[in-house]
Design a protein around this ligand. Sequence first.
Ligand code: DC
Length: 225
Amino acid sequence: MSFIVAIDGPAGTGKGTVTAIIAKKLNLVNIDTGATYRCVTLEMLENNIGLEDSDEIKKLLENIKIELKNENGIQKVFLNDKDVTDEIRSKRVTEFVSQVSGIKQIRLKMASLQREMGLKQDSIMEGRDIGTYVFPDANVKIYLDADVEERAKRRLIQNKEKNINMSYEEILENIKMRDANDKAKEIGALKVAEDAIVIDTTHLTIDEVVNKIIDIINKNRSMYV
Ligand code: DC
Protein backbone atom coordinates (compact mmCIF):
# COMPACT_ATOMS: atom_id res chain seq x y z
CA MET A 1 0.00 0.00 0.00
CA SER A 2 1.11 3.57 -0.53
CA PHE A 3 2.16 5.81 2.36
CA ILE A 4 -0.77 8.05 3.31
CA VAL A 5 -0.72 11.23 5.39
CA ALA A 6 -4.20 12.44 6.39
CA ILE A 7 -4.66 16.13 7.20
CA ASP A 8 -8.16 16.80 8.50
CA GLY A 9 -9.86 19.75 10.12
CA PRO A 10 -12.36 22.55 9.53
CA ALA A 11 -12.09 25.33 6.92
CA GLY A 12 -9.43 27.98 7.44
CA THR A 13 -7.04 26.01 9.64
CA GLY A 14 -4.30 26.17 7.02
CA LYS A 15 -4.73 22.62 5.70
CA GLY A 16 -4.44 23.60 2.03
CA THR A 17 -1.41 25.83 2.51
CA VAL A 18 0.61 23.48 4.70
CA THR A 19 -0.33 20.40 2.68
CA ALA A 20 0.96 21.98 -0.53
CA ILE A 21 4.28 22.93 1.11
CA ILE A 22 4.78 19.52 2.74
CA ALA A 23 3.88 17.68 -0.48
CA LYS A 24 6.64 19.53 -2.32
CA LYS A 25 9.24 19.13 0.44
CA LEU A 26 8.62 15.42 0.99
CA ASN A 27 7.73 14.46 -2.57
CA LEU A 28 4.21 13.32 -1.76
CA VAL A 29 1.23 13.69 -4.11
CA ASN A 30 -1.05 16.46 -2.86
CA ILE A 31 -4.70 15.43 -2.89
CA ASP A 32 -7.19 18.20 -2.03
CA THR A 33 -10.35 16.19 -1.40
CA GLY A 34 -12.47 19.34 -0.92
CA ALA A 35 -11.78 20.11 -4.59
CA THR A 36 -13.62 16.93 -5.60
CA TYR A 37 -16.77 18.09 -3.75
CA ARG A 38 -16.37 21.55 -5.27
CA CYS A 39 -16.27 20.01 -8.78
CA VAL A 40 -19.52 18.13 -8.18
CA THR A 41 -21.06 21.36 -6.83
CA LEU A 42 -19.98 23.34 -9.89
CA GLU A 43 -21.37 20.67 -12.21
CA MET A 44 -24.71 20.69 -10.33
CA LEU A 45 -24.92 24.49 -10.53
CA GLU A 46 -24.06 24.54 -14.21
CA ASN A 47 -26.74 21.96 -14.96
CA ASN A 48 -29.38 23.31 -12.55
CA ILE A 49 -29.47 20.09 -10.57
CA GLY A 50 -31.08 20.44 -7.14
CA LEU A 51 -30.07 18.77 -3.88
CA GLU A 52 -33.12 16.48 -3.95
CA ASP A 53 -32.71 15.43 -7.57
CA SER A 54 -31.17 12.03 -6.89
CA ASP A 55 -31.72 10.59 -10.39
CA GLU A 56 -29.95 13.52 -12.03
CA ILE A 57 -27.20 13.37 -9.40
CA LYS A 58 -26.76 9.67 -10.14
CA LYS A 59 -26.33 10.39 -13.86
CA LEU A 60 -23.93 13.22 -13.13
CA LEU A 61 -21.80 10.96 -10.90
CA GLU A 62 -21.69 8.22 -13.55
CA ASN A 63 -20.23 10.60 -16.12
CA ILE A 64 -18.14 13.03 -14.11
CA LYS A 65 -14.37 13.10 -14.62
CA ILE A 66 -12.31 14.83 -11.92
CA GLU A 67 -8.54 15.06 -12.08
CA LEU A 68 -6.05 16.75 -9.76
CA LYS A 69 -2.84 17.54 -11.62
CA ASN A 70 0.43 19.13 -10.65
CA GLU A 71 1.61 21.43 -13.43
CA ASN A 72 5.07 22.90 -12.80
CA GLY A 73 4.50 22.75 -9.06
CA ILE A 74 1.02 24.30 -9.24
CA GLN A 75 -2.06 22.29 -8.32
CA LYS A 76 -4.68 22.29 -11.07
CA VAL A 77 -8.18 20.87 -10.92
CA PHE A 78 -9.83 19.54 -14.08
CA LEU A 79 -13.53 18.83 -14.39
CA ASN A 80 -14.47 16.90 -17.52
CA ASP A 81 -11.12 17.99 -19.05
CA LYS A 82 -11.71 21.70 -18.33
CA ASP A 83 -9.43 23.64 -15.97
CA VAL A 84 -11.72 24.78 -13.11
CA THR A 85 -8.98 25.55 -10.56
CA ASP A 86 -10.26 29.10 -9.93
CA GLU A 87 -13.94 28.57 -10.68
CA ILE A 88 -14.40 26.01 -7.90
CA ARG A 89 -13.31 28.65 -5.31
CA SER A 90 -16.03 31.11 -6.39
CA LYS A 91 -18.59 32.44 -3.93
CA ARG A 92 -21.50 30.50 -5.46
CA VAL A 93 -19.64 27.18 -5.20
CA THR A 94 -18.44 27.93 -1.66
CA GLU A 95 -21.99 28.74 -0.54
CA PHE A 96 -23.44 25.50 -1.92
CA VAL A 97 -20.65 22.93 -1.46
CA SER A 98 -21.34 22.12 2.16
CA GLN A 99 -24.88 20.93 1.42
CA VAL A 100 -23.73 19.08 -1.69
CA SER A 101 -21.01 17.27 0.25
CA GLY A 102 -23.65 16.06 2.72
CA ILE A 103 -25.48 13.99 0.10
CA LYS A 104 -24.80 10.31 0.72
CA GLN A 105 -24.51 9.13 -2.90
CA ILE A 106 -22.02 11.92 -3.58
CA ARG A 107 -19.92 11.12 -0.51
CA LEU A 108 -19.73 7.43 -1.37
CA LYS A 109 -18.58 8.16 -4.91
CA MET A 110 -16.07 10.88 -3.93
CA ALA A 111 -14.58 8.75 -1.12
CA SER A 112 -14.00 5.91 -3.56
CA LEU A 113 -12.44 8.30 -6.10
CA GLN A 114 -10.20 9.72 -3.36
CA ARG A 115 -9.12 6.20 -2.30
CA GLU A 116 -8.24 5.39 -5.90
CA MET A 117 -6.13 8.57 -6.12
CA GLY A 118 -4.35 7.88 -2.82
CA LEU A 119 -3.57 4.25 -3.58
CA LYS A 120 -1.64 5.16 -6.72
CA GLN A 121 1.27 6.92 -5.00
CA ASP A 122 2.54 8.06 -1.61
CA SER A 123 0.18 10.94 -0.81
CA ILE A 124 -0.75 13.69 1.56
CA MET A 125 -4.52 14.12 1.54
CA GLU A 126 -6.40 17.02 3.07
CA GLY A 127 -10.07 17.03 3.93
CA ARG A 128 -12.51 16.40 6.76
CA ASP A 129 -12.78 12.63 6.97
CA ILE A 130 -9.54 11.23 5.57
CA GLY A 131 -8.26 9.71 8.81
CA THR A 132 -11.70 8.57 9.98
CA TYR A 133 -13.43 7.34 6.82
CA VAL A 134 -11.48 7.55 3.54
CA PHE A 135 -8.23 6.06 4.90
CA PRO A 136 -8.83 4.91 8.50
CA ASP A 137 -5.47 3.07 8.28
CA ALA A 138 -3.52 6.15 7.13
CA ASN A 139 0.13 6.07 8.27
CA VAL A 140 -0.03 9.56 9.78
CA LYS A 141 -3.17 11.38 10.97
CA ILE A 142 -3.11 15.08 11.76
CA TYR A 143 -6.12 17.16 12.83
CA LEU A 144 -5.63 20.91 12.43
CA ASP A 145 -7.83 23.28 14.41
CA ALA A 146 -7.98 27.04 15.12
CA ASP A 147 -10.39 29.61 16.61
CA VAL A 148 -13.22 30.37 14.22
CA GLU A 149 -12.53 34.15 14.09
CA GLU A 150 -8.89 33.49 13.20
CA ARG A 151 -9.97 31.07 10.48
CA ALA A 152 -12.33 33.66 8.98
CA LYS A 153 -9.55 36.28 9.02
CA ARG A 154 -7.21 33.92 7.16
CA ARG A 155 -9.86 33.08 4.55
CA LEU A 156 -10.55 36.83 4.04
CA ILE A 157 -6.87 37.41 3.19
CA GLN A 158 -6.80 34.37 0.86
CA ASN A 159 -9.99 35.50 -0.89
CA LYS A 160 -8.62 39.01 -1.44
CA GLU A 161 -5.55 37.49 -3.12
CA LYS A 162 -7.85 35.51 -5.40
CA ASN A 163 -10.22 38.45 -6.04
CA ILE A 164 -13.11 36.67 -4.35
CA ASN A 165 -15.45 39.30 -3.00
CA MET A 166 -16.84 38.19 0.39
CA SER A 167 -16.98 40.32 3.54
CA TYR A 168 -15.49 39.14 6.87
CA GLU A 169 -19.04 38.66 8.23
CA GLU A 170 -20.10 36.59 5.22
CA ILE A 171 -17.01 34.41 5.54
CA LEU A 172 -17.49 33.95 9.29
CA GLU A 173 -21.13 32.91 8.81
CA ASN A 174 -20.21 30.60 5.93
CA ILE A 175 -17.47 28.91 7.97
CA LYS A 176 -19.77 28.45 10.98
CA MET A 177 -22.47 26.98 8.75
CA ARG A 178 -19.98 24.64 7.06
CA ASP A 179 -18.52 23.54 10.44
CA ALA A 180 -22.01 22.63 11.67
CA ASN A 181 -22.91 20.80 8.43
CA ASP A 182 -19.58 18.98 8.32
CA LYS A 183 -19.93 17.75 11.91
CA ALA A 184 -23.48 16.50 11.33
CA LYS A 185 -22.80 14.38 8.24
CA GLU A 186 -24.11 10.83 8.31
CA ILE A 187 -21.03 9.51 6.52
CA GLY A 188 -17.58 10.97 6.99
CA ALA A 189 -18.50 13.60 9.57
CA LEU A 190 -15.80 16.02 10.67
CA LYS A 191 -14.33 14.64 13.88
CA VAL A 192 -10.95 13.89 15.40
CA ALA A 193 -9.77 10.34 14.69
CA GLU A 194 -8.85 8.50 17.89
CA ASP A 195 -5.23 8.15 16.79
CA ALA A 196 -4.86 11.63 15.25
CA ILE A 197 -2.41 14.23 16.51
CA VAL A 198 -4.26 17.52 17.09
CA ILE A 199 -2.44 20.78 16.30
CA ASP A 200 -4.08 24.10 17.23
CA THR A 201 -2.75 26.55 14.63
CA THR A 202 -4.37 29.73 16.05
CA HIS A 203 -1.07 31.15 17.29
CA LEU A 204 1.33 29.29 15.01
CA THR A 205 2.97 30.48 11.79
CA ILE A 206 2.69 28.39 8.63
CA ASP A 207 6.35 27.39 8.97
CA GLU A 208 5.81 26.23 12.54
CA VAL A 209 2.88 24.04 11.52
CA VAL A 210 4.79 22.67 8.51
CA ASN A 211 7.83 21.80 10.62
CA LYS A 212 5.77 20.08 13.30
CA ILE A 213 4.00 17.93 10.73
CA ILE A 214 7.20 17.10 8.83
CA ASP A 215 8.78 15.89 12.08
CA ILE A 216 5.81 13.63 12.72
CA ILE A 217 5.81 12.29 9.15
CA ASN A 218 9.56 11.63 9.14
CA LYS A 219 9.36 9.65 12.38
CA ASN A 220 6.59 7.49 10.94
CA ARG A 221 8.13 7.17 7.49
CA SER A 222 11.41 5.87 8.86
CA MET A 223 9.47 2.92 10.32
CA TYR A 224 7.64 2.33 7.05
CA VAL A 225 9.42 0.18 4.50
O1 DC B 1 -11.71 22.11 2.07
P1 DC B 1 -12.77 22.86 1.27
O2 DC B 1 -13.27 24.09 1.93
O3 DC B 1 -12.37 23.09 -0.15
O4 DC B 1 -14.00 21.84 1.23
C1 DC B 1 -15.19 22.14 0.56
C2 DC B 1 -16.36 21.44 1.24
O5 DC B 1 -16.29 20.05 1.02
C3 DC B 1 -16.46 21.67 2.73
O6 DC B 1 -17.59 22.47 3.03
C4 DC B 1 -16.61 20.32 3.34
C5 DC B 1 -16.56 19.34 2.21
N1 DC B 1 -15.56 18.29 2.38
C6 DC B 1 -15.96 17.11 2.92
O7 DC B 1 -17.13 16.98 3.30
N2 DC B 1 -15.08 16.09 3.05
C7 DC B 1 -13.81 16.22 2.65
N3 DC B 1 -12.96 15.19 2.77
C8 DC B 1 -13.38 17.46 2.10
C9 DC B 1 -14.28 18.48 1.99
